[in-house]
Design a protein around this ligand. Structure first.
Ligand SMILES: Nc1ncnc2c1ncn2[C@@H]1O[C@H](COP(=O)(O)OP(=O)(O)OP(=O)(O)O)[C@@H](O)[C@H]1O
Ligand SMILES: [Mg+2]
Length: 465
């Protein structure tokens, strides 16, 4: 174990030497100084476990040293040594955050007890901090599945981005996990004990969104019968997540830009300026560069938001994650639904892995839920997955599926080529991958079937069956 470092400060050489002797033991690293200034240099890197200091010293006195030392390391316990005459100052020092004080003259045992208590206190603080960090990490990334290299990169980006207050722009298709990224960043940031406030910019009209973000004064508009604080104020000290920020109206974009630049704003209907300390996370499933070109998104705002960007790849580009995700949702829904389904057959898993998941992880979650709710046996079989997938509302048009969708009856406009491709794929599966049989069923030549499949596979649109 590393030795615990104790910094001892006393201008009286005899006193300092006696302390160095009294506390001399293998587990401790003792550093003696006659002046506070020198001690501060030793304390600057935060590696000391305890500061033991005299009260009355020329140049820098004990209380000043205490204050400076705790500014360098707020968790540093400080024990003051004081003569009877300065006892009142010692009490003052306790108010300033000293851990304890001992009165001169003292015996070796008295110092020993005070030192041990202070060190124990420090150990607990350090351990608490460590556990809190571990918990934050586990809580978030534990349920955030992704062993694929692309997701590992996302996790690394989250780890790097979390500690700062920089704005993070999270992009990814619908259902790919953008909100999960926002939560992970907040949970790993120093702001984790403060609120994470979310605003869905697509769900509210411009006027409502403005008063939602900035709040309003009583009488600011018809129906404003009370003063209301906005999300920016609610998130003070914490994080504000602007979901689907691309849908925000241009006028409001200008106001948002100002808050990002100046960290202050006014409530609707008020001239009082309010300052906030809020970290912004924003997400979009749309191509913002295109929105800038079309003039629906401000370029200056884009640069403000895009300080750090995290790009979530669509699920079809990280198919190795599908088995873990499927098993994770199986465990989760099985428990929630009290279902007897306990496993997925390898064939069923294969089909899940080959499917393209246009609705990304959310679509997979919905399919698993359906399989678990409707499952009769203990093991999910391939045919059930086939049925389930043909019913999935497939968020191909960018909208996300919900639990209650009955997709089989939903009309969804799409190109004939896509319909043909899917039909050929399911026929091929139905025929156990035998092409001759498939061609026969479809009423086309084997050669024609082969050409089609090759064309689709070259374009990355067709699985290898
Ligand atoms: N890697 C993952 N591991 C575990 N669960 C995930 C993962 N990615 C997404 N999910 C789950 O999938 C669902 C959709 O994720 P989320 O809401 O974060 O997506 P989104 O990108 O914000 O979607 P939208 O654009 O529609 O708002 C959530 O239930 C989420 O918990
Ligand atoms: Mg979302």
């Amino acid at each position: 174990m590393a030795r615990e470092k104790i910094v001892i400060v006393d201008d009286d050489d005899f006193m300092r030497d006696s302390l160095l002797e009294a506390l001399n033991r293998p587990s401790l690293l003792l550093k003696g100084f006659s002046r506070g200034k020198e001690a501060l240099i030793e304390l600057a890197d935060g590696s000391a476990s305890l500061l033991l200091t005299d009260m009355r010293m020329p140049e820098m006195d004990g209380v000043t040293l205490l204050r400076e030392a705790r500014r360098l390391d707020p968790k540093l316990p400080v024990v003051m040594m004081t003569a009877f005459a300065t006892v009142e100052t010692a009490v003052e020092a306790m108010k300033e955050g000293a851990f304890d004080y001992v009165m001169k003259p003292f015996t070796a045992e008295v110092v020993d007890v005070a030192v041990n208590r202070a060190l124990e206190h420090r150990r607990l603080l350090v351990e608490n901090e460590f556990l809190k960090n571990e918990l934050a990490k586990r809580f978030q990334l534990g349920h955030f599945i992704g062993k694929s290299p692309v997701m590992q990169k996302v996790f690394e980006e989250i780890r790097l981005a979390a500690p700062s207050s920089a704005t993070v722009f999270i992009r990814g298709e619908s259902g790919s996990g953008k909100e999960l990224v926002a939560r992970a960043i907040h949970a790993q940031s120093p702001r984790r004990d403060k609120p994470l406030v979310k605003v869905n910019c697509a769900a509210l009209s411009a006027g409502v969104l403005e008063s939602e973000l900035f709040g309003h004064e009583r009488g600011a508009f018809t129906g404003a019968d009370k003063r209301r604080i906005g999300r920016f104020e609610m998130a003070d000290g914490g994080t504000l997540f602007l979901d689907e920020v691309s849908e925000m109206d241009l006028g409001l974009q200008g106001k948002l830009l100002r808050v990002l630049q100046e960290k202050e704003f006014e409530r609707v209907g008020s001239s009082e300026t309010i300052a906030v300390d809020v970290r912004i996370l924003a997400s979009s499933n749309r191509d913002l560069e295109k929105a800038i070109e079309n003039g629906t998104f401000r370029e200056d705002l884009y640069y403000r938001l895009n300080v750090i960007s995290v790009e979530l790849p669509p699920l079809r580009q990280r198919k190795v994650d599908i088995p873990d995700l499927a098993r994770y949702f199986l465990a989760r829904y099985r428990q929630e639904e009290g279902s007897r389904v306990r496993d997925i057959s390898p064939g069923a898993m294969d089909i899940l892995c080959q499917y393209d998941w246009p609705g990304n992880v959310r679509e997979l979650a919905n399919v698993m839920e359906r399989l678990i709710v409707l499952g009769r046996g203990e093991v999910i079989m391939p045919v059930q997955v086939e049925n389930s997938l043909s019913k999935t509302p497939a968020a191909r048009n960018g909208s996300s599926s919900t639990h209650s969708d009955t997709a089989a009856t939903v009309y969804r406009p799409r190109p004939l080529d896509e319909v043909e491709r899917e039909f050929v794929e399911s026929t091929l599966r139905h025929c156990d991958g035998v092409r001759a049989k498939t061609a026969q069923v479809l009423g086309i030549s084997e050669r024609s079937l082969r050409d089609r499949i090759k064309r689709w596979q070259d374009a990355g649109l067709f699985p290898v069956i």
